[in-house]
Design a protein around this ligand. Structure first.
Ligand SMILES: Cc1ncc(COP(=O)(O)O)c(C=O)c1O
Length: 284
């Protein structure tokens, strides 16, 4: 039987994934010169689409590129690619395009950006929680830009996986700032903590949602830096992202967090998050 490939979008065309091709001179391929977004979709409806597109435009501005498409054009592409009601995520990537020759500096004149979009199913993260390790943050200093240049994140995540962990929590200047592909929350002395937005972390859309849910449900929350030693004595640790939602960490650096299982604050937050998803599904 021949394999069925999902449809993707590439530079104005819809085509099966195995037929989507880009030039070897594409600056995304040669330099990682581009940005991306990941938007979760529940019941066929993208979650917080406007915020994702706003962050995309911020990332584009950060690398001195104009947005190639308007919000309504993006949405039209997404709606064509979304497959049914299953939980899925939209991945979109824009690179500076294929220049006539390899040169670090931007090419002279106009260059057509490469625009790629695909949709993939989301597999639910284990509700039993996962293990994590702390690692020194070896990334660059503009982590607020969602750049496709992810080598440091890849190496950090792989080191975590090699040690039987699902995520690396990154330490910069003695503070725990975020995960290799997620934002960080910790419950310390009964208060939910998350680091403030800065150039050191990605301004996560899921992070914003969790902050809003805490604020509107009278969950004590402080947005402030989390010291490395404070993280180690936290009652609960969670990481958040569009595809892993609110994921509890039950073991850090080989030591149990709290009772070694998802804690009561996580149970409450996860309930609120799942309710929000259910409402989105029903709104369709
Ligand atoms: C470094 C990093 N921080 C945070 C996040 C979470 O962002 P969001 O909640 O918007 O998916 C991601 C997501 O991929 C990430 O790569």
């Amino acid at each position: 039987m021949t394999q069925q490939f999902p449809m993707v979008y590439l530079n104005g065309e819809y085509l099966p994934l195995d037929q989507a091709k880009v030039s070897v001179l594409d600056r995304g391929f040669l330099f990682g010169d581009g940005v991306y977004e990941v938007v979760p979709v529940y019941g066929g409806e993208p979650l917080r689409l406007a915020s994702h597109l706003e962050r995309l435009n911020d990332s584009l501005r950060g690398i001195r590129m104009a947005s190639p498409l308007s919000a309504s054009q993006w949405e039209a592409i997404f709606r064509r690619l979304i497959q049914g009601e299953q939980d899925q995520s939209i991945y979109l990537q824009i690179t500076r395009g294929a220049a006539p020759k390899r040169d670090h500096a931007f090419p002279q004149g106009e260059l057509a950006p490469t625009v790629f979009v695909m949709c993939t199913p989301i597999t639910p993260a284990p509700a039993t929680g996962v293990r994590a390790i702390t690692l020194q943050d070896i990334r660059w200093q503009w982590c607020h830009i969602k750049a496709i240049t992810l080598l440091a994140n890849i190496l950090l995540r792989q080191q975590a996986v090699d040690e039987g962990c699902a995520e690396a929590i990154l330490i910069r200047d003695g503070y725990a700032i975020e995960g290799a592909a997620s934002n960080l929350f910790a419950v310390v002395d009964g208060i939910l903590l998350t680091p403030p937005k800065s150039q050191q972390i990605l301004p996560g859309i899921t992070r914003d949602l969790v902050v809003e849910l805490a604020q509107s449900n009278a969950i004590p929350l402080e947005i402030r830096n989390i010291g490395e030693e404070e993280l180690h004595r936290a009652e609960e640790i969670w990481v958040t992202s569009s595809t892993r939602e609110v994921l509890p960490i039950v073991e850090l650096d080989g030591k149990q967090i709290g009772m070694g299982e998802p804690g009561p604050a996580w149970q409450r937050m996860n309930e609120l998050y799942q309710t929000l998803k259910t409402r989105l599904r029903k709104s369709v």
